[in-house]
Design a protein around this ligand. Sequence first.
Ligand code: PLP
Length: 360
Amino acid sequence: VFNFAAGPATLPESVILKAQADLFNYQGCGMSVMEMSHRGKEFDFIIKKAESDLRALLSIPSDYAVVFLQGGATTQFAALPLNLCSPEDSADYVVTGSWSDKAFKEAQKYCKAKTIWSGKPEKYTKIPAFDALEQNPDARYLHICGNETIHGVEFKDYPTPLNKDSILVADMSSHFCSKPVDVSKFGVIYAGAQKNVGPSGVTILIVRKDLMGNAQPITPVMLDFKTQAEAASLYNTPPCFALYICGLVFEDLLQQGGLVEVEKKNAKKAGILYDAIDGSDGFYVCPVEKSVRSLMNVPFTLQRSDLEKKFIEEAALEKMVQLKGHRSVGGVRASIYNAMPLAGVEKLVAFMKDFQARHP
Ligand code: PLP
């Protein structure tokens, strides 16, 4: 099956096979990763290797902490203002789709969050010009969602916060590790694992070290960046098995040649799919402005919307599953994360052409 789900999503077959081989007896230690102590030597090796491989993949500078958390990216929507602001501080949000809107709404509970740009009037099909952003001079941070999973818009470059004390914060959940990123441009990067790098249950936080230690007094201990970083992601029991799989994925991405190579593959897959949509004489339509189309999530509609259900059902019969658009927007969405093979996209494109030919 080619699984086009937006997340949890397809994982590299080699990773699943490796995990299967280790399932009952991890590396001959007689236990499954699911059964072992998170403070034992086997797991210590797993979590340290996962961190060092991720650091290598993204060239994460040493003044940044890497923390593996739980609670999904959604929990970080609250943790960000709690760690970076007092209740009186302001924070700027660029709202390019449903996820950045959710992040903004949650932040409003803990600081004076403001939406400084919204793509809603244009149905979230654009990324703003950075010089058009009216940033607040006193904002503690500028928040963006690097890739909007539902609407399929992706930042190709990143805005700079207005003043030197402000930082850029990015939700990278749905394009994390899909391409190289200059981590030093950001104060905080966070991502749920379940799209590109593992199963659900792990949330990755990359935070500049000097930003930690000022959490609001009401911050739950589990959401305090400093507590979690100082405990090296082991303040409480982590999602051991999910973390182990993330570690295997990081290793796999390094073996592929790192994120430069991974990005080339992703660009090729997305290019084939967008070309098929744009070359269909309007039979398929992608509403997103061309320059900001996501390499990961490709939403499109059929000009004849009455055919959409049939399209999705017939694709599933051909073993291409989970192509239904998000329930909030409808249409079709093909999520083509790192682990989607080129063959999966080629098969989808061939099916699209055939479907169009059968419905003149
Ligand atoms: N941010 C983005 C961009 C997402 O795609 C998602 C989930 O799909 C989330 C946040 C929420 O993530 P989680 O379900 O891990 O809380």
